[in-house]
Each structure stands twice: as structure tokens, then as C-alpha cells.
Design a protein around this ligand. Structure first.
Ligand SMILES: Cc1cc2nc3c(=O)[nH]c(=O)nc-3n(C[C@H](O)[C@H](O)[C@H](O)COP(=O)(O)OP(=O)(O)OC[C@H]3O[C@@H](n4cnc5c(N)ncnc54)[C@H](O)[C@@H]3O)c2cc1C
Length: 462
């Protein structure tokens, strides 16, 4: 492709900014990043309270965050944040140690069985499901893998046939049952459901295992995690500062028309002409968002195939509150509440996060889901109230809510559409209308998978 082509990138989150970085590294310098908000980082949002940054969005990474590491190297920064730690409580607010045999004598047989199943899952992922962990979903529904190995930072291209990969289309609980590893869900659920990615009876195994590949899940178990002192937003602010063309903030895109091999973008009342467009912003948002956010199909001259495919996308309703407590009510550590990570407890507090262990006049953030595929959505206000009640039960009541948001989170498709080849159809459309689709839905809703997908997109098409 001609290195001078004019490329428009929609969205200044991890996917959009890293698309800019990888394009620039490859010699494409004629790019423009349009960001609708007055800040970059998207769901990496780290506001300041009392001189320190807290996390309203992304919190942590693992050592296999190779794309994030590319960004760190590009900017000369590192993961220098507070060490994470956590304990567990039941729904009555009592501290428990669910994985400690000595504290759960009656559960010892189950714990031993779980340990064996975790080992088994590790083995079958390497053998029966070879190729499961490449970034993105190309070929999975057809029993193929095609992408870049995530085994090490080199990320070599790999591809091959593996009919067993079709099992990844199943919801994760069915995948586990099929393979006799049901109890592994007790481990995988912590960094999945409580992190807002939905329930194992509704989310295809491909998403669960591409994000929580065996190594990554073990890093969560051992708390071998990265954080950033100035918040995850700082990573992307730094990247934005180091790009030749930082994102244009406050860009309201009114219209995008694609004709005669050109892309016309009406932004803040002016028409701009480009050759290609990369969309990292949401492709489709069902219903109306409280914050008026729109999907790509609402402001693009969306074609029939785009509409038909993108209207299959659903997302999680994940609510975050930043609260202050009285000093005597401040939790001594972050807590997971496993009892609340089931669809029957929709809207309840699943995890709360204490980021700064040396300071109690700081923010605690709370996390809850309020939608399951088969149940009615819990209204925002009700969920907000439930979480505050839960904090009281946990003996860490909030005295004030200082920030809150209901996030458009983890866009994905369900098993039926996944198995019907949704990803292969979308991948086949890449470039068709001088348009490329990136961002969370194309890989997974975490900052590394999205940045990695942008790397691969640039590698494959530019
Ligand atoms: C509460 C929470 C906790 C999380 N925890 C973690 C974690 O610990 N680790 C981790 O790796 N990830 C975590 N994530 C997920 C991670 O933040 C996202 O997956 C990642 O930010 C996705 O990057 P993206 O660029 O694809 O999308 P986004 O971050 O959503 O960025 C999209 C950008 O596009 C902009 N945009 C939208 N519409 C338009 C438009 N019409 N025109 C122009 N711009 C537009 C948005 O304003 C935004 O800046 C968490 C997210 C949340 C909310």
C-alpha cells in the first residue's frame, strides 16, 4: 500500500492510539485520530483524587501484555504501580479462604479434584486445542487457527487446521463439561465474571480462553500482575504525546460516506477526505445509551452486510462506582465476593478494589453487572442502590459516591452467531469499503488484546 495514503482512525482508546503507533512504525505517517471526548484512553480512565489517580476503567495487566509493552517501550515508561492483593468474602460479609484446604476440611475432595482439572485443562489447551490462544477469532468456527502466536513477545505468524477448536464456540460452562473440567470455572470466574465479562453459561469459551489463556489465568492466581502508578490512562496519554499526530480531541463525527474509493468524514461541521478508515469505536450499540454514545452504523453510510453482522453484537452493562468511606470503614484490602458472581445475584457487588494500601483517604471502586442474556436488565439506579447496600453488609459502607459510570463494556457475539462464522464474515469484509474494523469486539475487551489486534491489522493490511 502507498505509504502516503490518508488514514482516518476513529477512537483514541488503546486500539486507536496503538493503530497510530504501529502505522507510524511501518512508515505510514499520514494518519488522523479522531476522539469524541476531551481525553484519550477510552475505558482506561484514571481520574485524580487527593493527589493520586484511581481507576474507573482498566486496572491491571499481566507479563504477557506484549502490545502494551510495545507502547511502554515506545514511550519510555513502565508498569510502576502499587502491588495488587486481595481476599475473599461471602455474601454475608464474612472473610473466607475458599481455596485453603485447612479452612475448608469438608471441601478437600472438591479442591483436590479442582486442582487435577486445572492441570488437565492446561494440558488439553496445549494439545487438543492447539492454536486456541492466537489473538482474534479468525477460523475458529471452521476449526482453524490463523494469527500470531502469543507464546512470547516475538509473536510469530501461525496457522493450521484443528477441528477441535470448534468447541470454543460453546458457552464456557458447556465447553468445560464436554472436557470434564467443570471445576476449573471456580478459578476462571474471578478474573472473568467479576471483571464484567459476563457469565459462563452465556459467553463463548473462545472469549474466555483467548483472554484467560492458561498462563494469564495462572498469573492472576499468583497475583503476578502489572499496574501503573499514574493509572492505565497514563499509558495512553503517554502514547498520545509520543505520536507524530496526537488524537484530535472533541471530534464529533456527524457523517461518514464511502464512495469512489474515498472516505468523506464530516467532523465538527467540516468535511475531510481520506483514503481509508479504521474504526475502533463501537460498531453497534443496541437500544439507547444513557450517555448518547452511538454505534458506527448510526453515523456511517452503513451497508447491508455491515448492518446484518454488527446488529448481532451485544455488550455487558458493567457499573463502576468510586466511593469514599469513613476511616474506620475503609477495607484493609480488595475483596472478591464469589457468591455474587452468579446470574441469580445480578446487580450485586462482585468485587471492590482498594488501590492504595498506604492511604485510607482514597477511593474504593465497586463493580457490578446488571444484565444476563436470559434475564431482565436491572435498571442502573437499582443496581447502584444494591451495591451500596452490599457495601454495608461487607462492613465497608460508603459515605459518599464521588464518581460513577455505566460502561459500554465487552462487546461480543453469542455462541450461535460465533458458530455461524460471524468473525470470518467480518474478517472477509476488512478493507471492502476502504474500512477496517478493530477495537474490542474483534479480539477481546482488554487493553492488550485490542492493541494487539491493531498491531496485527496493520501487519496484515498496510
Ligand atoms: C471497569 C473496567 C475495568 C477494566 N479492567 C481492565 C483491566 O484490568 N485490564 C485490561 O487490560 N483491560 C481492562 N478493561 C478493558 C479495557 O479498558 C478495554 O478493553 C480497552 O480500553 C479497549 O480499548 P478500545 O480502544 O478498543 O476501546 P475504548 O477503550 O472503549 O476506546 C474507544 C474510544 O473511542 C472513542 N469513541 C467512541 N465513539 C466515538 C466516535 N463516534 N467518534 C470518535 N471517537 C469515539 C471513545 O471515546 C474511546 O476513547 C477494563 C474496562 C473497564 C471499563
Amino acid at each position: 500500500m502507498d505509504k502516503d495514503i490518508r488514514i482516518c482512525i476513529v477512537g483514541g482508546g488503546p486500539a486507536g492510539l496503538s493503530a497510530g503507533m504501529y502505522l507510524e512504525k511501518k512508515g505510514y505517517e499520514n494518519y488522523t485520530i479522531l476522539e469524541r471526548l476531551d481525553r484519550v484512553g477510552g475505558k482506561c480512565w484514571s481520574p485524580t483524587y487527593n493527589g493520586r489517580r484511581y481507576e474507573m476503567g482498566a486496572i491491571m495487566g499481566v507479563p504477557s501484555y506484549y502490545a502494551v509493552h510495545d507502547v511502554e517501550e515506545f514511550c519510555g515508561i513502565t508498569h510502576d504501580g502499587p502491588q495488587l492483593n486481595r481476599n475473599y468474602k461471602n455474601s454475608k460479609g464474612d472473610v473466607i479462604e475458599p481455596f485453603e484446604p485447612k479452612k475448608n476440611i469438608l471441601k478437600i475432595p472438591r479442591l483436590l479434584k479442582m486442582k487435577k482439572q486445572v492441570k488437565k485443562l492446561g494440558e488439553i489447551l496445549e494439545t487438543k486445542y492447539k492454536g486456541y490462544d492466537v489473538n482474534g477469532h479468525r477460523g475458529v468456527a471452521q476449526g482453524r487457527y490463523d494469527g500470531f502466536s502469543q507464546a512470547n513477545s516475538k509473536r510469530e505468524p501461525v496457522s493450521g487446521e484443528n477441528p477441535n477448536l470448534k468447541d470454543l464456540c460453546l458457552p464456557f460452562n458447556q465447553f468445560c463439561k464436554l472436557n470434564g473440567v467443570e471445576l476449573t470455572q471456580d478459578i476462571w470466574i474471578g478474573p472473568f465474571t467479576s471483571f464484567g465479562y459476563g457469565y459462563f453459561d452465556e459467553i463463548p469459551a473462545a472469549y474466555v480462553l483467548k483472554y484467560l489463556d492458561f498462563q494469564t489465568c495462572m498469573n492472576f492466581v499468583k497475583i503476578n500482575l502489572w499496574t501503573w502508578k499514574n493509572g492505565t490512562q497514563y499509558i495512553w496519554e503517554q502514547l498520545n504525546d509520543h505520536l507524530k499526530h496526537p488524537a484530535r480531541l472533541g471530534s464529533t463525527i456527524e457523517k461518514v460516506e464511502r464512495r469512489d474509493g474515498k472516505v468523506y468524514v464530516t467532523v465538527n461541521g467540516q468535511v475531510e477526505e481520506y483514503d481509508k478508515i479504521i474504526v475502533t469505536a463501537p460498531l453497534y450499540i443496541p437500544g439507547t445509551r444513557m450517555d448518547g454514545q452511538k454505534g458506527m452504523v448510526d453515523y456511517f453510510d452503513a451497508r447491508e452486510d455491515e448492518l446484518a453482522l454488527f446488529s448481532k453484537i451485544d455488550y455487558e452493562r458493567y457499573d463502576v462506582q468510586a466511593v469514599l468511606t469513613k476511616p474506620e470503614d475503609h477495607p484493609e484490602i480488595s475483596y472478591y465476593v464469589f457468591d455474587n458472581m452468579v446470574p441469580e445475584k445480578l446487580g450485586h457487588l462482585m468485587v471492590y478494589y482498594r488501590r492504595w494500601k498506604d492511604q485510607i483517604d482514597q477511593v474504593i471502586t465497586t463493580y457490578a453487572l446488571r444484565k444476563h442474556k436470559n434475564s431482565k436488565e436491572i435498571p442502573y439506579e437499582e443496581c447502584r442502590r444494591m451495591v451500596q447496600e452490599d457495601l454495608k453488609v461487607m462492613k465497608n459502607p460508603a459515605r459518599e459516591v464521588i464518581n460513577e459510570w455505566s460502561v459500554y463494556y465487552f462487546p461480543h457475539v453469542f455462541s450461535e452467531d460465533y458458530a455461524a462464522g460471524w468473525y470470518d464474515k467480518v474478517e472477509a469484509m476488512q478493507g471492502k469499503y476502504d474500512t477496517y474494523y478493530a477495537g474490542e469486539v474483534m479480539s477481546f475487551g482488554d487493553m492488550d488484546e485490542t492493541a494487539e489486534y491493531s498491531r496485527e491489522l496493520v501487519e496484515r493490511f498496510f
